[in-house]
Write a protein that binds this ligand. Sequence first.
Ligand code: J2J
Length: 554
Amino acid sequence: STEPPHPVQSWPDAFAARYRAAGHWRGETFGAWLRERAETHPDRLAVIGGDQRWTYAELDQRASALAAGFLNAGLRQGDRVLVHMPNMPDFIAVAMGLFRAGLIPVYALPAHRITEIGHFARGSGARAYVAAAAHAGFDYTMLARALQEHQPRVEHVWIAEPDAPSGASAGSAPADPFPRLAALYDMGAAVPASVSRGSDVAFLQISGGSTGLSKLIPRTHDDYIYTLRESARICGLDADAVFLGALPIAHNFPMSSPGFLGTLYAGGRVVLAPSPDPESCFALVERERVTVTSLVPPLLLQWLDRAPASGRDLGSLRAIQVGGAKLSAEIARRVRPTLGATLQQVFGMAEGLVNYTRLDDPDELIIHTQGRPISPDDEILILDDEGRPVEPGQAGHLLTRGPYTIRAYHDNPSANARAFTDDGYYRTGDVVRMTPEGYLEVQGRAGDHINRAGEKISAEEIEDHLLSHPRVFDAAVVSVPDEFLGERSCAFVIPKGARPRPAELKRWIRARGIADFKIPDQILFVDAFASTAALKVSRKTLRAQLRARLLEQE
Ligand code: J2J
């Protein structure tokens, strides 16, 4: 028998009432709005990827067919399901199918490996795992096998096959024993458009994890759909919008700001790129007349470098959204002249708060700021180290609460005690200043995570992996400015006895089953961390000292 999902600590009644009265929360659900769209414009294209082109009617049918399939297999409303898929149409069918059945997707990134997936499975109590067979040279069926060995609660595994030319797989039976996602589709099943209420948790998103391991973020239909509706409006999306999913769409940014979900909400068209590589994306922009996409700064740099000589017609692009990490003004300035589209800076977080520069803002704001909040009910505090509001225009710690910022992580009291104030503000860990116009400029970060090209890495998590090596006495991981990645990771290691080779340590960490982007870019050996006079420094101070030492040397 299944346990009910952990109760979610949500907004106090007075706040919820206010957000409903303001029209932010409307009791809409994912399952219901997809059905509505499919009824109003059944033949309009919704999802394009690989050799698939699905209309809204087809997407809606697929969502119902999968909802029926999941329930037939024995899953029950409220059960959590790990979704581990790259950009492929089935990702969207699975997400919509789970929503429709009242099942709770837990989104993992394609780069995640067994250690992270095991952690999400434990934390969410997931009963099922849906993955692509293989992607970017990695075999996810092996991961599925290891997962079921370690987490017997994960009773079900379904594997999605990427498109194969028809007949190609005929003779070759799959090597793994797992049922195929394709066999789960119960086409023609009669399924209600939605079994959920607006206030129900719709899915669990994964936090960047500033300290320790990633936390699970419960998002409700009401709060997330509010961000989709407003994001689509702020980004000018309508039925003519063609959104290119270039980043992995499991990321909160290309999922919801406005991302593929905001595009579908607005009745537009989603084009999925299997890889963010500029050449393959440019080909899709030209072929599908893409109007908008979302990029992280290093990817934007590649687009800017390669667009002029690509020979592709990129004239359909109207807006290029950039977020996930700080964009420098120099690069921001190149967007319009090179790509012929408006830059939109996006500063958001999976926990909630999202800021946008508006498309018609003066260049000054578009180039130099990370935008202003979505909602008039987003409350922003900028505090000094003692917790007092800073003077206007000064930098400080950003705290926020509002109609789409969570009040607590999923089932994690100790993280909640650190991350939320008593009156419900989320401590973002970001250091910002506010301009006289009310726009935010991200100055840096108080926490010790590394923002590597938009991927967040917890220093602590990687230190723990290093410490598991028999020849590592101590380790400290820090971020270092990097011209291309924004930041890269550097591990300082005190060896125990003979010094291991850096390549050996990297192999060791990789073999522990974690995402590649978390493997330190650089490993430096030192005899000691701090002078003996300062034996008892905090981990945070230590990391700051090591970072300073490294920057002095460069
Ligand atoms: C500087 N730092 C930024 C920016 C995020 C939209 C856009 C991004 C995310 C995201 C998201 C930044 N400049 N423009 O979920 O819906 C850093 C901050 C922030 C953290 C959140 C969305 N945009 N950041 O990146 O949950 O440090 O969400 O707190 O992955 O990324 O990371 P994440």
